[in-house]
Design a protein around this ligand. Structure first.
Ligand code: ATP
Ligand code: MG
Length: 562
């Protein structure tokens, strides 16, 4: 398999390691190991693109999808299904390699017994609190547990009883016997099994004890014959422990753990804990709220998976943590949608225009190309009549010189229609609000071009007021309008009140009555939109704004160059 999304070959320190290993005949076997305790976010997309990407780029490569489901407390089958959907949507395929750490519980239990037999693990009766107190601190060594020197027989017996459910939660634990004076706290006799009498989403009540992440992860990698176990930097200090288990159990070939920097993006949060807080508090409308940085949210917002993959390729893979500008992601989305989205017209804040010299009761259908550069996207017929809507912002009664849109006495182009000139406005006598703009049109300019070569500066979009589709439109913006949303306790207060504005009914062109859920569109001059995949009904589309047309990333890059 090759990754057709990348024109030039990707390079980074992990791919260099993989290449060197390939030269020794080691074909990369990677895995993406989500814990099913929340929906995937764009940080996970970075890891997915890396793990599946490496497998796809190299002949003989493979990537597993493995659910790291060793903690029954927070995990759920619902998340398993949503994660599978998200990985598939992003464009990756685990084929027949779907695994669960819980499938290995029996083997992991055997590995633990092996450690006991090798005198490398013991059952400890200290409470959680005492275990912590014995561990010491960064500056002080820990103390040995009084249960550290139990015999192999006693340990095997107690561990078996733990498994049989003879003890209460927290009464005992199984710990690795390493070194209570190690400068690395992870090596101070870490707990590898704890008692949790809690049903598991896959194994039910079969197990009253559950393995800890560090123990389960390296052994799951070994069982699946993973070669390169890629994880984020916070696991760097766990690597000695990862290697210790494999070494003490005499296992080979040994997978190798390699750490890379996690993705952070400005103006949002990328941690499942914080995201679930937003969901639980009702600050957002579920995990798939289009303002969420989750893949489900982005899908609903109208981000194409190709744009997310492009973004993950551009940010690259490095060893140092950094914060990527939200603007870059939006830039990738715009670039992708520019090619893909059909052009249509919709008016968000309408004001009515009447063409006083256009025949009453006439409706003509004008041919409008669906893409300015790509003819293969075809065209559509858009109705035009004496009455239509334009954006209120596109008219100004007393306009400065540089206002190239509509104002009294000025001529502008209606996109794909005619040149029009404003003659008059009708206002509400009590409020002064403009009710109607009265214009004349030049019948010689059909299609939006004048035969006499007369030029106009402004081009406006419009929607026929006699035949249109009324549609709810949701204007989404960034969830936080500060670069760094800050501490967890401040999250709620920092959510931007501008992040969602709902317009109950906007006139959009008639053809959009046939929009299908998930269709990508550009409302000309307004922004990119998607027909909401959930709420759109046959003939009754609901539109979500994906992103505006203003490319602040391009501007930022330009300013930096100056
Ligand atoms: P969170 O911190 O959001 O709770 P997590 O690391 O606990 O995420 P997991 O389900 O354990 O979530 O992650 C699965 C994989 O995705 C892991 O290999 C993890 O390192 C990787 N991953 C998680 N967050 C990021 C991120 N922001 N950038 C890159 N990789 C990430
Ligand atoms: Mg995790």
């Amino acid at each position: 398999m090759t990754d057709s999304s990348s024109p030039s070959k990707k390079r980074d320190f992990i791919r260099d390691i993989v290449e060197a290993d390939m030269a020794r005949g080691v074909f990369p076997a990677t895995r993406f190991p989500p814990e099913p305790n929340g929906c995937l976010h764009i940080g996970h997309a970075k890891s997915i693109c890396l793990n599946f990407g490496i497998a796809m780029e190299n002949p003989g490569g493979r990537c597993n999808l493995r659910f790291d489901d060793t903690n029954p407390a927070a995990e759920d089958t619902e998340f398993v299904e949503s994660i599978k959907e998200d990985v598939r949507w992003l464009g990756y395929d685990w084929e027949d390699r779907l695994f669960f750490a819980s499938d290995y519980f029996e083997r992991l239990f055997e590995f633990a017994r092996d450690l006991i037999r090798k005198e490398k693990a013991y059952v400890c009766d200290l409470s959680d609190e005492d275990t912590r107190a014995y561990r010491g601190t960064l500056t002080e060594p820990g103390r040995n547990s009084p249960f550290r020197d139990r015999t192999v027989e006693e340990n095997l017996d107690l561990f078996e009883k733990m498994r049989q459910g003879r003890f209460e939660d927290g009464a005992r634990s199984l710990r690795a016997k390493i070194d209570m004076a190690s400068p690395n706290l992870n090596m101070r006799d870490p707990v590898i099994y704890r008692i949790r009498k809690m049903a598991h989403h896959r194994t039910g009540d079969r197990w009253p004890i559950y393995p800890m992440y560090d123990f389960a992860h390296c052994l799951s990698d070994y069982i699946e014959e993973i070669t390169h176990s890629l994880c984020t930097l916070e696991f760097e200090d766990h690597r000695p422990l990862y290697d210790w288990f494999l070494q003490e159990l005499d296992l080979s070939p040994r997978p190798r753990q390699i750490e890379f920097a996690r993705l952070n993006i400005s103006r949002t949060v990328l941690s499942k804990r914080r995201l679930s807080l937003l969901v639980e508090k009702g600050i957002v409308d579920g995990w798939d709220d289009p303002r969420m940085p989750t893949l489900a949210g982005m899908r609903r917002r109208g981000y194409p998976p190709e744009a997310i993959r492009d973004f993950c390729g551009r940010i690259g893979v490095a060893k140092r943590d950094s914060v990527v500008d939200a603007e870059l992601l939006e830039h990738c989305v715009r670039q992708d949608l520019n090619d893909r989205a059909k052009r249509v017209m919709g008016v968000l804040n309408p004001v009515r225009v009447t063409l006083v010299n256009y025949p009453h009761d006439q409706i003509e259908y004008l041919d409008c190309p669906s893409h300015p550069e790509d003819e293969s996207m075809g065209s559509r017929k858009v109705p035009f009549s004496r009455n239509f809507y334009i954006e209120r912002d596109d008219f100004m009664e007393e306009a400065p010189k540089k206002f190239f849109r509509l104002s009294p006495g000025r001529e502008v182009r209606l996109r794909y229609a005619y040149y029009i000139t404003c003659e008059d406005v009708v206002k509400d006598p009590s409020t002064g609000e403009i009710k109607e703009i009265r214009c004349v049109y030049d019948p010689e300019t059909r299609g939006g071009w004048s035969k006499d070569g007369r030029k106009v500066r402004g081009t406006l979009h419009w929607v026929c007021a006699d035949r249109f589709c009324p549609a709810p439109v949701r204007l989404y913006d960034r969830l936080f309008d500060v670069r760094d949303p800050g501490a967890e306790k401040d999250l709620e207060a920092r959510v931007s009140p501008e992040s969602l504005k709902i317009l109950e009914s906007c006139p959009v062109e008639e053809s959009l009555g046939r929009a299908r859920p998930g269709d990508f569109l550009q409302f000309e001059r307004v922004g990119y939109f998607v027909a909401d995949p959930e709420d759109s009904k046959e003939g009754r589309p609901v539109f979500n704004r994906t992103v505006t047309l203003r490319d602040s990333w391009a501007k930022m890059v330009k300013n930096k160059k100056k």
